[in-house]
Design a protein. Structure first.
Length: 161
C-alpha cells in the first residue's frame, strides 16, 4: 500500500487505546495519543468529562507530534461520554479538520450513544468517514467485539483505489 495512515485517539481508561493499538498494528501505521491537559482521572474527572462532553466544550490538549496533513487517511478514536465524543477529540478535530484528507472513526462506550457520537464526529470533521467501528468496554475487555475485520478491510480497500 502506498497510502499513509495515522491512528489518533484519546483514552481515559485504556479501552480506546487498546483498539487504537490493534488498528495501528493491523495497518502497520503511525499512531498518536491525544492528551487532555485537564485531569480526567477518578470519579471527579469522569463527571467533569461527561459534563464537558455534553456541553460540546473544547479543552486544552498537548501539542500534536504528527501532522495529519502528511497522511492519506486519519483514523480517529474516542470514548463515548454522555453520548458525545471526548472533549480532547472534539478539540483535535476542530483544530485539524482542514488538514485531514480522508477519515475513519472508531469509538468505545460503556453504554449508549455510539451512533450519535459517530454522526457528530462526521459533522464536525466535515467529511464522510471511509469506515466506522464501535465496541462496548466489556466487549473490548473480553475481546468479543464484532466488525473490526470489516472496518480494517474498508480502510485497506479504500487505500488501494
Amino acid at each position: 500500500m502506498d497510502k499513509k495512515f495515522l491512528v489518533v485517539y484519546y483514552s481515559r481508561t485504556g479501552t480506546t487505546k487498546k483498539i487504537a493499538k490493534e488498528i495501528a498494528e493491523f495497518l502497520s501505521c503511525d499512531f498518536e495519543e491525544i492528551f487532555d491537559k485537564k485531569d480526567r482521572s477518578g470519579i471527579k474527572g469522569f463527571m467533569a468529562g461527561g459534563r464537558d462532553a455534553m456541553r460540546r466544550e473544547l479543552t486544552e490538549i498537548n501539542e500534536i507530534q504528527k501532522d495529519p496533513m502528511n497522511y492519506d487517511i486519519v483514523i480517529i478514536g474516542t470514548p463515548v461520554w454522555a453520548a458525545n465524543m471526548a472533549p480532547a477529540i472534539r478539540t483535535y478535530i476542530a483544530r485539524n479538520k482542514e488538514k485531514i484528507k480522508n477519515v475513519a472513526f472508531f469509538c468505545t462506550t460503556g453504554g449508549t450513544g455510539i451512533e450519535k457520537t459517530l454522526i457528530e464526529m462526521e459533522v464536525l470533521c466535515g467529511k464522510k468517514p471511509i469506515a466506522t467501528f464501535a465496541a462496548t468496554a466489556s466487549q473490548v475487555k473480553k475481546n468479543t467485539y464484532q466488525g473490526f475485520k470489516e472496518f480494517i478491510e474498508k480502510i485497506t480497500n479504500f487505500a488501494q483505489l
